[in-house]
Design a protein around this ligand. Structure first.
Ligand SMILES: Nc1nc2c(ncn2[C@@H]2O[C@@H]3COP(=O)(O)O[C@H]4[C@@H](O)[C@H](n5cnc6c(=O)[nH]c(N)nc65)O[C@@H]4COP(=O)(O)O[C@H]3[C@H]2O)c(=O)[nH]1
Length: 699
């Protein structure tokens, strides 16, 4: 004991000194302080020397006199003070919250008061922290942007819901508090709940557990459940958030769907088709079945697209996709690979090789007829042909890649030999296809290595043998095969789109020739023009007019020295756009010739609308006009038509004097053909211009 006055009772002394609670001993008879223990010194900062032997009234510990009196009264009344919360003053003048116990006891025959003070600072601080964190939690819970529910941990009943929960799920607090999630019918599949609860108990929490939940009005929401156990004072709760991911799921599903489907028709796209083929090939192999892949191409679809516009084109594609879907079995796949390319995968075919081929052919015929049936598209009555190439698995191959490739090869065969037909893949087709691929590769190289050149075929006025123009004709100077004419490569240039680059080059090259001729004063710009052939794809480019204008201005030549040859069928495609483009070019001074006139529609009404200057009578009529009365009649009719429309005329492919004489009789004096000269290289043409113009002897 810290005081010498406290004698005897060793047990009590040892205990008094060691007690972790602050203790003060006062003799009742004279209210003198007998002792304080080290815990007391530590807690309040007063030393034994400062207190012992002092009257308890002088104790600097008291907050005020009333406080001391209160304890004395309480002691007198109850015999002891139990757990009384108060504050005592420390040596540094701060107030320390304490829980006070005061008892009477006898020490060495003297009645004493033992006062014990338990420090409450930490507990009060943590209680305050709890209050503040609870209020923070309450605010967070209430205003959280996610639906939250506090469940009683033991019973699983709802203790509280936040406003977002009400907003999202439509439940009002009053209707759900005290009930379990099951009782309010939150779970769409209640049988899944036990596993979720089990997981929560096992892991002590849940993180983004997927669940389908029901709103108060029965809508299904895809949610992610996260749960934690929390404790508020003595209460144990489960704090659960129900994140509504319905929209996110919908977007994810849509993105996934879009990745595997064609946006216009909603049919499977190439990716999904490949996947389906792979699946069916594996299945077929296992069960000894066969598949047939039908590759479709709508004949002249581009024509519809161009003449009626893209919205009509889209409507046609949608109609075709519906017809295909309606014609095949549910287990079969109809896919669109883009443009007008459709694929049908027929699966589960049984039988021998020939039999399978027959089944595929029969289905293809049905599909061809379905597509060919007349369709009404936004007031237009249309009828489409289509070509179908077929490949079989396992007869022809056993991979998705080969199946598509072989069916495409068969399709190419159909297209090459006239359209609107069906062809089954045959190995020799592969040879043709690879030759075509080889040609395409070589043509790309030719373009890079500038192997294309132009030859020029003179156009003559038979009355004075003057060269009035030239047609620029494309040639490929092949490093090994020599000069190749366009008949052998033009379709590949067209199909591959290379014609755009090549056509652009032709235009600039022809303008360069005119500039050279003008420089050499070899021509009179008012009576000479170079004609170039324009391919449909080239003409349909949105900046075609600008391309022509640039070619003319870059070379600084008069625009009337350039003549563009377009075909009848090309003019009929999207007539509004055609007329607009022709008119703009016409306004610049460019002239237009209609090539191969007589082989197409030769419609007067169209001709009247179009800003055309010249008709070229196709060589097929000239060839026989001297001995075939029909052809002679056609030539006469064309000439009459041109006269009535006040159009210029030129006959092409004139090979004999008789043909020329016939034409001149009909008052058609302009011609080109072997009778005068075939198309020749630039230098040779320059010489022709310089020479006295005389028709050559009969070719
Ligand atoms: N039998 C016979 N044939 C004659 C006679 N006079 C000329 N020809 C040939 O008839 C074709 C006339 O050209 P086209 O009808 O515009 O027909 C051209 C044209 O449609 C196309 N073509 C040629 N060059 C180009 C070009 O630069 N661009 C485009 N888009 N097409 C071109 O290729 C087609 C074929 O061109 P080529 O083989 O050069 O064939 C040329 C020419 O060499 C003759 O008296 N008798």
């Amino acid at each position: 004991m810290s005081t010498p006055e406290a004698k005897s009772d060793d047990g009590f002394i040892a205990l008094f000194q060691r007690l972790p609670i602050a203790c003060l001993l006062v003799r009742v008879s004279d209210s003198r302080i007998l002792a304080v223990n080290p815990s007391f010194e530590n807690l309040f900062g007063w030393s034994t020397a400062q207190l012992v032997n002092h009257h308890s009234r002088e104790l600097p510990l008291w907050r005020d006199a009333e406080q001391r009196q209160f304890f004395l009264d309480e002691l007198a009344q109850s015999g002891s003070v139990q757990q009384h919360e108060t504050e005592f003053r420390c040596r540094d003048n701060s107030l320390k919250p304490c829980l006070v116990y005061i008892e009477h006891l006898e020490i060495n025959g003297e009645l004493c008061r033992l006062s014990m003070a338990h420090d409450m600072s930490e507990r009060i601080a943590s209680e305050q922290a709890l209050v503040s964190s609870e209020s923070k939690f309450a605010a967070l819970f209430k205003d959280a942007p996610e639906p939250y529910v506090l469940f009683e941990k033991r019973s699983g009943t709802i203790a509280e819901i936040n406003s977002t929960f009400t907003e999202v799920f439509g439940y009002q607090s009053d209707n759900v508090i005290g009930k379990t999630a099951l009782e309010i019918g939150l779970w769409k599949y209640p049988e899944k709940r036990p596993a979720t609860i089990e997981k929560l108990i096992r892991d002590g929490r849940l993180r983004n557990e997927p669940a389908e939940l029901l709103t108060a009005d029965g809508r299904v929401l895809h949610c992610e459940i996260s749960s934690n156990f929390v404790r508020f004072g003595n209460e144990r709760r489960t704090l659960t958030s129900f994140k509504d991911v319905t929209e996110q799921k919908r977007i994810e599903a849509r993105v996934k769907h879009q990745a595997y489907h064609d946006a216009l028709t909603d049919l499977p796209n190439r990716l999904l088709l490949n996947d389906r083929i792979d699946q069916h090939l594996a299945f077929s192999e296992r069960y000894g079945l066969s598949c047939a892949l039908l590759f479709f191409d709508l004949d002249h679809f581009k024509h519809i697209n161009d003449s009626l516009g893209h919205s009509h084109g889209d409507a046609v594609l949608q109609e075709v996709s519906q017809r295909l879907l309606n014609t095949v079995r549910k287990a079969d796949t109809v896919a669109r690979l883009g443009g007008d390319e459709f694929v049908v995968l027929l699966t589960g075919l049984t039988g021998t090789g020939d039999n399978i081929a027959e089944q595929a052919r029969t289905s293809a015929e049905k599909l061809l007829m379905a597509v060919a049936a007349p369709m009404q598209i936004e007031g237009h009555s249309l009828q489409l042909g289509c070509s179908i190439g077929i490949a079989l698995a396992p007869t022809h191959c056993n991979s998705a890649e080969d199946l598509l490739k072989y069916a495409d090869t068969a399709l190419y065969g159909v297209k090459a030999s006239g359209r609107n037909a069906i062809a089954l893949f045959e190995p020799h087709m592969q040879v043709v296809a690879s030759q075509r691929l080889q040609l395409e590769t070589e043509l790309r190289l030719a373009l890079q290595q500038q192997q294309f050149i132009l030859h020029y075929q003179a156009q003559i006025d038979a009355r004075d043998q003057r060269i009035i123009g030239a047609e620029a004709l494309l040639r490929w100077r092949h490093p090994e095969k020599g000069i190749i004419t366009p008949g052998q490569f033009m379709p590949v240039l067209e199909d591959s789109g290379m014609i755009l680059d090549v056509g652009h080059w032709v235009m600039r090259e022809a303008c360069r020739l005119v500039a050279t001729l003008l420089d050499h004063k070899a021509i009179d710009p008012d009576h000479f023009s170079v004609s170039i052939n324009i391919s449909p794809r080239q003409f349909r480019q949105h900046d075609f007019v600008q391309q022509v204008a640039a070619a003319v201005t870059d070379q600084g030549i008069p625009a009337q020295c350039l003549k563009l040859e377009i075909t009848e069928s090309m003019m009929l495609q999207n007539i509004t756009d055609t007329v607009a483009k022709m008119q703009q070019l016409r306004d610049m001074g460019i002239h237009f010739a209609i090539d191969d006139f007589g082989t197409g529609y030769s419609s007067l009404s169209y001709l009247k609308r179009l800003p055309v200057d010249l008709l070229k009578i196709d060589q097929s009529f000239i060839r026989d006009c001297t001995h075939d009365s029909n052809d002679a009649e056609i030539v006469r009719a064309i000439i009459a038509m041109a006269r009535s429309l006040k159009l210029e005329l030129i006959a092409e492919g004139v090979e004999t004097r008789e043909q020329l004489a016939f034409l001149q009789q009909q008052d058609c004096h302009a011609y080109q053909g072997y009778l005068f000269s075939p198309a020749v290289p630039e230098q040779a043409f320059l010489q022709q211009l310089g020479q006295t113009v005389k028709p050559a002897a009969k070719a």
